[in-house]
Design a protein around this ligand. Structure first.
Ligand SMILES: [Zn+2]
Length: 103
């Protein structure tokens, strides 16, 4: 299990040096890489505001059956590789952002 503070999580996202819409995360179950743009293309929503709650949380396969899987971190079974700790000490499971170094 990888643990990051919210600041470290945001730094990992920034390190991709891309538009927030193109930042990629990896589903912990099927390993499919997915960005906000991918979720929009799959019909999860029309813009970042609408897909933000799924980004790094629900696999793209929930919206496009031809891709990924139906995993969501909101489900009963907890299976994830990353926990983001916010400034209140609350733990948020998230998909791993793809780091520059492992691309
Ligand atoms: Zn998946």
């Amino acid at each position: 299990m990888i643990t990051m503070t919210l600041d470290e999580f945001l730094a990992a996202i920034k390190s991709q040096n891309k538009d927030i819409l193109d930042v990629t995360f990896q589903c912990p179950r099927c390993k499919t890489l997915q960005s906000a743009n991918d979720l929009i293309a799959a019909g999860a929503g029309k813009n970042l505001d609408e897909v933000e709650r799924y980004l790094a949380f629900s696999c793209i396969g929930r919206f496009d059956k031809s891709k990924g899987c139906d995993w969501t971190l909101g489900g009963v079974f907890q299976f994830h590789e990353l926990e983001v700790i916010d400034s209140h000490g609350k733990v948020h499971p998230r998909f791993l952002p793809v780091m520059q170094c492992i691309k």
